[in-house]
Design a protein around this ligand. Structure first.
Ligand code: FAD
Length: 535
């Protein structure tokens, strides 16, 4: 197989034109080309009137050695590199001990899958319900203001990203191409095949729910055992080695190899681990609001006359502003054509986040507009970031009216520093509802000041961004974990607890679905090799 890169064509080209460009690049007649598959397709919209598509394509030709020899000095034609996944070991059929995976979000899912594929028969403990039951409970908060503390946007089968935009891109270094394995498994579980090649793949909520179920069934067939509604409440550590777990049912499980993939909202579990002496330190995260604008405004600004083209879809954006008080304000988890969702897991608190469907065809674009904060803002204790989050989330609940409404304000009013009294042209999508007013008391002053400065500054990057009627809802606090459960860089085990593999977003080693899934693969490999070494 040959790989051609940097093949550029206009946005609206035909299949024949793509075919012709491949032949032209390789310098072969049509009869020599056997087949081709897209490896990557991205767009370049810097010139809005001449948007182009950029391809990397894998090609089969009749005489590959001859074509390769002719292109020995061409940088964008060469042999296709091996990006397939290779297992690091295989468990013997006689293996008796079983590793335990705590949490079935993207990290736990891929840790469990890889362990199951290698023959280690993992036990998966998940505090929440199966994804179908969890969906009903999650909608219960959005429609009836009823929060189930163990079954919500954060907790349950599929983890935090199940009701999401399902963005699958990540900035993490991935020299072993684990991301390809993740995408291939998603496609095998019925994700849209295009996620294998588009530069910014996404899946959307409804599809994710079905995929999670199919992936659980696959792990079960491979020897994995699932236990839902089983929360790990305690850990048994002897001489710096994990020995067992206690569940909410009272049951005790022996375990000396445990993947800890509990996400960033398992505050009770963080507290328990800290009390048991597992090494934890505070880490930076971000706080802010969700901003909602008409999607058409974003599309027009990003794509000009190309707006609405099916290949481009709904436009996203990425914004950064360095404020004069030294804080950085940036867009976070931008959801094109989506909705703002209630994302608390604790009663009496309000947290926002965003999701979308695969079609991304809702009226509004939404994004977190958040300010970076660090342990200097919540000093004194490794878990102080959790107390900080709780304090502001409770305040948001009160400002919303004490009924899970989110406090909100129009962008124009927020910039002018006056309370909002009525909506304009942008209808906020947050359910159960938005209580308009003054967002000043909803976050620390340094964050309010920085966002107030950033919104007009973003106007330079997206014309119309500071439009009066755009809506801010608050608050965003669960942008990433407020702690890091530190691990050894080589063994990936906790710094002071052998056999415990802190992983994914909750442990501070991932930020998003893809990076959490990749981290799950990494810890599964390290754990499997350690089990094999111990015999
Ligand atoms: P989680 O997904 O949080 O999973 C942890 C699991 O552990 C949970 O299921 C929880 O119930 C379980 N658990 C916790 N404690 C215990 C315990 N004591 N015992 C047993 N089980 C336990 N990221 C993206 O990349 N793209 C997006 O579009 C995107 N959109 C998002 C939208 C929303 C609304 C939210 C909330 C998040 C979104 N994210 C998105 C972030 C993404 O979901 C997370 O980064 C990712 O899910 C982290 O994966 P994880 O496996 O580390 O943890």
């Amino acid at each position: 197989m040959l790989r051609i890169s940097e093949l550029t064509l206009p946005l609206s080209h035909t299949e024949e034109e793509l075919n012709a460009a491949i032949l032209d690049r390789l310098g072969i007649p049509a009869g020599e080309l056997l087949s081709f598959t897209l490896f990557r397709r991205s767009y370049d919209a810097r010139k809005k009137t001449a948007i182009t598509l950029n391809y990397t394509i894998d090609v089969e030709v009749k005489d590959e050695p001859a074509v390769l020899a002719r292109h020995a000095k061409t940088t964008n034609v060469g042999p296709t590199p091996d990006t397939s996944y290779h297992y690091v070991t295989r468990a013997p059929a006689s293996i008796k001990k079983r590793p335990v995976v705590i949490g079935f979000g993207p990290c736990g899912l891929f840790a469990a899958l890889i362990l199951a594929e290698m023959g280690f028969n993992p036990i998966i403990l998940e505090r929440g319900k199966t994804v179908r039951e969890r969906t009903k409970d999650t909608w219960g908060l959005w429609r009836q203001r009823e929060l189930k503390p163990e079954s919500n946007v954060q907790f349950g089968e599929g983890g935090a990203g199940t009701f999401s935009d399902g963005k699958l891109y990540s900035q993490v270094k991935d020299p072993k191409h684990y991301g390809r394995k993740v995408l291939a498994e998603f496609v095998a579980a019925d994700a849209p095949p295009e996620i294998m090649y588009v530069s910014k793949p996404h899946i959307g909520t409804f599809r994710l729910v079905k995929m999670i179920q199919l992936m659980r069934e696959k792990i079960e067939k491979l020897g994995g055992e699932f236990r839902f509604e089983q929360r790990v409440e305690d850990v048994l550590i002897e001489d710096g080695q994990i020995r067992g777990l206690t569940l909410n049912t009272g049951e005790q499980i022996e375990a000396d190899h445990v993947v800890l993939a509990i996400g960033h909202s398992a505050r009770d579990t963080f507290e328990m681990l800290y009390e048991r002496g597992v090494y934890i330190e505070a880490k930076p995260f971000s706080i802010g609001f969700r901003a909602e604008h008409p999607q058409s405004l974003i599309d027009k600004c990003r794509f000009g006359p190309g707006a609405g083209h099916p290949i481009l879809g709904a436009a996203d954006y990425k914004l950064v502003h360095h404020a004069s008080n030294g804080r950085s304000v940036y867009s976070f988890c931008m959801c094109p054509g989506g909705t703002v969702v209630a994302a608390t897991s604790e009663p009496g608190r309000v947290v926002t986040n965003g999701m979308s469907q695969y079609s991304r065809n809702e009226r509004n674009a939404n994004s977190g507009i958040v300010v970076g904060i660090s342990p200097a803002d919540y000093p004194g204790h490794p878990l102080a970031g959790i107390a900080f989050q709780r304090e502001w989330e409770s305040r948001a609940y009160e400002l919303g009216g004490g009924n899970y409404n989110a406090p909100g304000q129009l962008v124009g009013d927020f910039i002018a520093n006056r309370p909002s009294t009525g909506l304009g042209s942008v209808e906020p999508s947050y359910k159960p509802g938005v209580t308009l007013g003054d967002l000043n008391p909803s976050l620390p002053k340094y964050a309010i000041d920085a966002i107030r400065e950033a919104l007009p500054a973003f106007e330079k990057q997206i014309r119309g961004y500071s439009m009066h009627d755009a809506v801010l809802t608050g608050i965003e606090t669960r942008t990433s974990s407020p702690i890091r459960i530190k691990r050894d860089d080589h063994t990936l085990q906790s710094l002071n607890t052998k056999g415990l593999y802190p992983a994914g977003e909750g442990a501070g080693y991932a930020g998003g679905i893809m990076s959490a899934a990749i981290d799950g693969i990494r810890v599964a490999e390290a754990l499997a090799l350690d089990m094999m070494a111990q015999g």
